[in-house]
Design a protein around this ligand. Structure first.
Ligand code: WTA
Length: 574
């Protein structure tokens, strides 16, 4: 990434919620944020109440909470509508004996029912497990199995991807669809909703009780369940205020799917804690449809990702002029490095600065950001959110001076920090191996002005179009293919997607390399795991570089790919 530290786009809105960054940072206190909530006194809380019902209790029930559009449906729901519908679903869940602490998963495309389900699950005190709609059999099974999920909300279309006979704990499936045949363990969502009362008791939980379990990828092992608690609300609320800069009357659009953390923390919790109108659009990316979504809904605050902005840039300026985007006030980005040229382009074409934000599934909320009231240095992720202390440290925990690259680390704790890796305490502890710090796994440096600049990952995690992919999960699937003897997977730099997945494969005896075989292997991963995990490039090799203990050395594969020196090869097999 071309980085020009000297370049600055001056501060935007002087009337933003944060005000002067330095002052806000110096005077910050989490207790001031807690006092905004009634549960500051009682200690008993429920995210669904604070996000939805509270607005009804405080006289905002008729405001529009959800504007849903996709190519087939356009619907709006007020806060009162969502309160009642989620009460109904809470009653449906209770009628099946689902209660506090149970893991209940949602596996469906974006739809009003998805949002109602998530809120209903929270209302009974259960923990939500969101699954991305593109997941295939293995990806779905691994996550349901690891979490011990007892129930799942899914659609008739996606149900065939759920291996029910291999999931003995999964007792209830709530099925969204038409003409559902009666079957043991299958509950007709719409039929049950029809009969359910729209009054429900909320399960008041402790602030440290479970809220959501997001599965995400590391470089080794199966995906890990990142567990968040209701207390995360403080971070969602505060960053919704000072980073999203949400104000009364805002129409907010986060383009992420709730299968990923951005789609829940900032696609559900933050906007609704602020009573904003939340736009949800299903379907695939298309520049025209997306600009139309802004125009039609009069979006004011827009949160998207570098890949999308790069594709908009590729689609050019002319198409922008065909839409009225004049309602936009604030644009933000997350998920992968935001190229300086994209920031410059956005500033020129949209007339707005694109505000980069940095955070992770594990951090639960935004930690390093650009704010409307602060100058932007294109290419920089910005500065720590008030209440957050970030630093660059070496492997011994020593803080490094400005302009030195090292581990991007954050002082523990903060309200939305993950509280567990489900079933995997050693993995959790790895993040906190240096006392007092959370180690992100990203490398970065901080400049003299306190701005942070992303440099890369210390592990082999791949970031393709902002989606985080673990090479191990892909390799495990690849070697299930009858032709594949061994596989090593890396992220290959790509101008649009950031990285694409490239697989190096050695074939079993009796198989010959061919373009057809490449396509077949890629399809095998797509159909078994998910489309975004399928290699876009495959290269056959007679032998893969391995350590003496038999581990494939992805670092060497990457060096091959990029024509770089392979570094220390003392552990290589031969
Ligand atoms: C990367 C998404 C550069 C980073 C919320 C991080 C970024 C991983 C940025 C987390 C950014 C996220 N600039 N890289 N602004 N934001 N990343 O868990 O490597 O899906 O560790 O969370 O994405 O991805 P995750």
């Amino acid at each position: 990434m071309s980085q020009m530290q000297g370049e600055i786009i001056s501060a935007g809105a002087p009337s933003s919620n944060l005000g002067n960054y330095e002052e806000a940072y110096a005077n910050f206190n989490w207790e001031d944020v807690e006092k905004q909530f009634s549960w500051y006194e009682t200690g008993k809380v429920n995210m669904a109440y604070e996000a939805i019902d509270r607005h009804v209790d405080e006289g905002r029930g008729d405001r529009i909470a959800l504007r849903f559009n996709d190519p087939t449906r356009e619907e709006t729901y007020t806060f009162k509508d969502l309160k009642e519908k989620s009460n109904q679903f809470a009653n449906v869940l209770r009628s099946q004996g689902i209660s506090k602490g149970d893991r209940v998963f949602v596996f469906m495309p974006r739809s009003p029912e998805l949002y109602v389900s998530i809120l209903g699950i929270l209302k009974v005190g259960a923990v939500v497990g969101p699954l991305f709609e593109a997941f295939m059999e293995t990806a779905v099974k691994d996550r349901l199995e690891d979490s011990g999920a007892v129930a799942l909300v899914t659609t008739t279309t996606l149900l065939p991807r759920v291996k029910r006979d291999e999931l003995p704990l999964l007792h209830h499936i709530f099925l969204v669809g038409k003409d559902i045949e009666p079957e043991a363990g299958i509950i007709d969502y719409f039929k049950e909703m029809e009969h359910a009362s729209s009054d429900a008791e909320i399960e008041w939980v402790n602030r440290e009780d479970g809220l959501i379990l997001h599965y995400t990828s590391g470089s080794t092992g199966k995906p890990k369940g990142v567990y968040h608690v209701h207390n995360a609300m403080l971070q969602h609320y505060y960053t919704g205020k000072v980073v999203l800069d949400l104000k009364e009357g805002d129409v907010y659009w986060c383009t992420a799917d709730p299968g990923w953390v951005t789609g829940t923390s900032y696609g559900i919790f933050a906007p609704w804690l602020h009573g904003a109108t939340n736009v949800v659009r299903g379907g695939r990316f298309s520049p025209g449809d997306w600009y139309d979504t802004i125009q039609k809904n009069k979006v004011t605050v827009w949160y998207s990702a570098p890949t999308a902005f790069r594709m908009f840039m590729g689609a050019g300026e002319d198409i922008v002029k065909q839409y009225d985007l004049s309602t936009l006030r604030h644009i933000l980005s997350v998920g992968e490095p935001l190229n300086p040229e994209v920031v410059r382009w956005g500033y020129k074409v949209y007339g707005h600065r694109i505000h980069d934000t940095w955070w992770m599934t594990e951090t639960g909320g935004q930690l390093i950001c650009n704010y409307p009231s602060m100058p932007i240095k294109p290419g920089s992720m910005g500065k720590p959110v008030p209440g957050i202390q970030a630093a660059i440290i070496d492997d011994n925990g020593k803080e490094l001076p400005p302009n030195r690259m090292g581990n991007l680390a954050v002082r523990t704790p903060w309200p939305s920090m993950m509280r567990l890796i489900w079933n995997n305490a050693p993995k959790y502890e790895e993040y906190f191996r240096i006392p007092g710090w959370y180690i992100s796994g990203d490398t970065a440096y901080m400049d003299e002005d306190g701005y942070f600049w992303f440099q890369g990952r210390i592990d082999d995690v791949i970031n393709s179009s902002g989606e985080r992919i673990g090479p191990f999960e892909v390799e495990s699937k690849l070697v299930e293919h009858p032709a594949v003897a061994e596989a090593g997977v890396i992220g290959k730099p790509d101008p649009t997607r950031g990285e694409i997945i490239k697989a190096f494969i050695s074939l079993r005896e009796g198989f010959e390399p061919s373009e057809e075989l490449k396509a077949e292997i890629s399809r095998f991963v797509k159909e078994g795991l998910s489309a975004h995990a399928a290699p876009r490039e495959i290269e056959f090799k007679d032998k893969l570089p391995k350590t003496r203990s038999g581990k494939i050395m992805r670092r060497v594969l990457k060096a091959w790919e990029l024509n770089l020196p392979a570094g220390d090869l003392s552990t290589i097999e031969d």
